[in-house]
Design a protein around this ligand. Structure first.
Ligand code: HEC
Length: 171
């Protein structure tokens, strides 16, 4: 059936091209760890996946927070829904700071007839204390370096992240 062939080709493209991108795209490549989280050379949060599939703490944390706060509208695993866009793609195409701004302030299409609203999360510590992690997880999903579902293996939680979390949630 032609549809099956088409889908098979699509899968090949998805699993090979982005993996190369992970190694070369400066917006994806982990340069160093800062305060427990991996960042690119430009200080933008990113993922770090070991050869055996172990994900960094931020990616794992982002998986959990995304599925607590975002997936009801944006679909499981960042795949999108009929209501809201696939954030695994947005995390690759949107500027990081624009992404943060939309999460904090929300957004509504001007003149949208379907009344689709992205709520503002700026006052919600369960989102804002973990927004870097959510972004990191979605970027890893977009680059197809983590499969759908709960990551099987994760790094331990860095003590710096535990400290920041306590300060953020407490303050
Ligand atoms: C109540 C439903 C709902 C929830 C919950 C929700 N969103 Fe959204 N989000 C939307 C809708 C609808 C849009 C599209 C709005 C538009 O284009 O005007 C959107 C758009 C976005 C965009 C812009 C995407 C793009 O490509 O332009 C980002 C980023 C985003 N949401 C992040 C998040 C994050 C992160 C969470 C969880 C913390 C979240 N959203 C939770 C409904 C939701």
């Amino acid at each position: 059936m032609p549809t099956t062939t088409f889908r098979a080709l699509g899968l090949v493209a998805l699993t090979t091209l982005p993996l190369q991108a992970q190694e070369t795209d400066p917006n994806l490549v982990a340069d160093r760890q800062e305060d427990g989280r991996w960042v690119t050379a430009e200080d933008i949060p990113t993922f770090k996946i070991e050869d055996d599939g172990t994900v960094d703490w931020a990616t794992f944390s982002g998986f959990r927070r995304y599925h607590a706060e975002c997936h009801v509208c944006h679909g499981p695993d960042g795949e999108g829904s009929t209501y809201a866009p696939a954030l695994k793609r947005s995390a690759l195409t949107m500027d990081y700071y624009d992404f943060l701004a939309v999460v904090a302030a929300g957004r509504q299409k001007v003149g949208a007839s379907d009344n689709s609203v992205m709520p503002a999360f700026g006052n919600n510590p369960n989102v804002m204390c973990y927004v870097e992690d959510i972004y990191t997880y979605l970027k890893a999903r977009g680059a197809e370096v983590v499969p759908r579902g709960r990551p099987a293996k994760r790094a331990d939680k860095p003590p710096e992240i535990a400290e920041q979390e306590a300060a953020c949630m407490g303050g």
